[in-house]
Write a protein that binds this ligand. Structure first.
Ligand SMILES: [Zn+2]
Length: 277
């Protein structure tokens, strides 16, 4: 765990999580790929004598929520995130889905369950953790229910998957226009802040915050510009994917080219959908 302030610490792995604490009570931010990955979070709580008060899910993706069942406290998220998780329990995350997941994750405990949120907010919620205000705010973009946690007293934000640092963003069920708006808003909220913890990638400190948020925003804006120009010419998907006009992210992540193509295809489909409205 890395200390990011007097009331916050972050766990940086392939996917990030964190702890917000005050007066011996704690909010766990995201719970990783499954309960079997949550030991560092639980150890940190134990070591610092912190009682878990809430889990906060930044969004529904399994790499941020499947560890919820390792914690006994209520789970909070945006209503859009909660609705999506509850919907998934009737679909991809039903009994057979969980069975498949357990087979693919033999280290997971056999009593694994998917815990959807117990409490949900539509736009924003402030939790006073022993007097420490923790603001949870819906931002959308990466998923319709994506939200962030702002700890003003520490100058710290847990941004969830609004930020992928040093890699291509995962755009599966994103709105790219919505994501751009969310990044502009994040830039305003985080002005002068000390640390922003992305969903994936290293913690951003001080000046790296506007720099990296701006970089991702510019990547999406340049993708949108390139896609709009090609949509105007009626370009096919093949032509779009072969076009040199889309930006490149400098990364050593595996399958970077494939991930870039997924981003480009997603942006192009979104731009084409404007014409159909
Ligand atoms: Zn995600």
């Amino acid at each position: 765990m890395q200390k990011t302030g007097g009331h916050t610490m972050a766990l940086v792995t392939t996917v990030n999580a964190g702890i917000i604490h005050s007066g011996g009570r704690a909010i766990v931010v995201d719970t990783l790929f499954g309960p079997q990955h949550t030991a560092p979070l639980r150890q940190a709580l134990k070591q610092d004598g912190l009682a878990e008060q809430y889990v906060f899910n930044t969004h529904y993706h399994s790499d941020h929520t499947f560890g919820n069942c390792a914690f006994g406290c209520p789970v909070i998220s945006s209503a859009a995130c909660s609705d999506r998780m509850r919907g998934n329990l009737e679909g991809a995350w039903n009994k057979q889905g969980i069975q498949k997941w357990l087979e693919a994750n033999p280290q997971a405990p056999k009593d694994f369950t998917i815990r959807p949120p117990d409490l949900a907010f539509s736009d924003a919620l402030t939790v006073y953790l022993e007097g420490l205000p923790v603001r949870m705010q819906l931002f959308g973009g990466h998923t319709p229910g994506s939200s962030i946690a702002v700890i003003e007293r520490d100058g710290v934000i847990f941004a969830g998957d609004l930020l992928f640092i040093g890699r291509y963003p995962f755009v599966g069920d994103a709105s790219i226009i919505g994501w751009c708006a969310a990044l502009r808003r994040l830039m305003e909220v985080a002005a002068g802040y000390k640390a922003v913890i992305p969903g994936h990638g290293p913690i951003l400190w001080d000046d790296a915050i506007p720099h990296e948020v701006g970089k991702l925003l510019s990547f999406f804006e340049r993708c949108l510009d390139a896609a709009s120009a090609l949509a105007g010419k009626g370009a096919s998907h093949e032509e779009v994917l072969a076009s040199p006009s889309f930006p490149v992210i400098d990364t050593d992540q595996p399958q970077a080219e494939e991930r870039r193509r997924v981003c480009i295809a997603k942006v192009y489909d979104e731009v084409l959908s404007w014409g159909k409205r």
